[in-house]
Design a protein around this ligand. Structure first.
Ligand SMILES: NC(=O)C1=CN([C@@H]2O[C@H](COP(=O)(O)OP(=O)(O)OC[C@H]3O[C@@H](n4cnc5c(N)ncnc54)[C@H](O)[C@@H]3O)[C@@H](O)[C@H]2O)C=CC1
Ligand SMILES: O=C([O-])CC(=O)C(=O)O
Length: 272
């Protein structure tokens, strides 16, 4: 038998979405050691970037499933997560998702859970642009008392969001709070900027009790995420300053790398 660095000889990995994160994921996996080529993409139109060359292009969930993936990575948006991921899970295909914010809606979480149970498949929720969720999920087992999150991005990253109603993004001279509330509300109102708050809520205190502050800061070039957590375990503070992807100022490179790591974790026998 041919030797392979993966658990199966040729893992069949597909991606939903062909935007900034899918591009970074495809290029990252193909350039890795060992290289792993994503074989299929579900996209609204055939993607032009060379990173997608050679991939089967699918138009819908039926086409994707007909290609025969053993792993699907969603990086398209809340609508794609809600509409496409349950079908993949119900068909027995494991999924890794970027658009975690969709799970802050209890009905969507229930739907996805039921589909995964029906298909005996696994939904993987990566930390995305955040870090520290392994510690938070472990700490939760002994009880958490408070989890707060503060996410700060340059004004350009908040364009086209409700932050435009909170301040004049083009005229900001100092940091402005554009949202304060629960993770549930943050994930729903900022579907392209606050998926991390839903991942934090799932790992910790849930969508209502996780407190969120979102900030537009003209002094920043990086997307900054700060978590503070307290509970029976003690206390931790985790902060990361993330470079954005070249094709999307809202999305951190670390979010794409987190998906890449989750894919490798799924296909490799051992990965640190
Ligand atoms: N968990 C995390 O830390 C993060 C999660 N995200 C999530 O990842 C998503 C993707 O991020 P980017 O690649 O930066 O966004 P992007 O806007 O660059 O790309 C999204 C792509 O998905 C496509 N798309 C949308 N709905 C689709 C559908 N139903 N079927 C097929 N294609 C569809 C769009 O046409 C676009 O090409 C975001 O919308 C957000 O929900 C983004 C950043 C961080
Ligand atoms: O990439 C980031 O920094 C976070 C983000 O957009 C999200 O959670 O939706």
């Amino acid at each position: 038998m041919q030797s392979t660095p993966f658990r199966t000889p040729s893992p069949r990995v597909a991606v939903i979405g062909a935007g900034a994160m899918a591009l970074a994921l495809a290029a990252g996996l193909a350039g890795g050691d060992p290289p792993l080529r994503i074989g299929a993409v579900l996209a609204r139109r055939p993607p032009a970037a060379p990173a997608f060359d050679g991939m089967a292009v699918c138009a819908d969930a039926a086409g994707l499933l007909a290609w025969g993936p053993d792993l699907v990575v969603e990086c398209a948006g809340h609508g794609a997560m809600r509409d496409l991921v349950p079908a993949c899970l119900a068909a027995g295909v494991d999924c890794i998702i970027a658009s975690v914010g969709a799970l802050a809606e209890p009905a969507v979480l229930a739907d996805v859970r039921a589909a995964a149970e029906r298909g005996r498949a696994r939904l993987v929720v990566p930390a995305g642009a955040l870090g520290g969720l392994d510690a938070l999920a472990a700490a939760r087992l002994a009880g958490l008392t408070a989890v707060t999150y503060r996410g700060s991005k340059p004004p350009a990253a908040w364009k086209g969001t409700p932050a435009e109603e909170a301040c004049d993004l083009d005229a900001l001279e100092r940091p402005a709070i554009v949202f304060e509330g629960s993770a549930a509300e943050a994930a729903a109102r900022f579907p392209r900027n606050a998926n991390v708050t839903a991942a934090l809520a799932l790992a910790g205190l849930g969508p209502e009790a996780t407190r969120v502050t979102l900030v537009a800061d003209p002094g920043l070039v990086a997307n900054t995420h700060r978590i503070e957590a307290e509970g029976a375990f003690g206390r931790f503070v985790f902060e990361t300053e993330n470079r954005a992807l070249p094709d999307n100022p809202r999305t951190s490179l670390l979010a794409a790398l987190s998906l890449q790591h989750a894919v490798l974790n799924h296909v490799a026998p051992l990965i640190p």
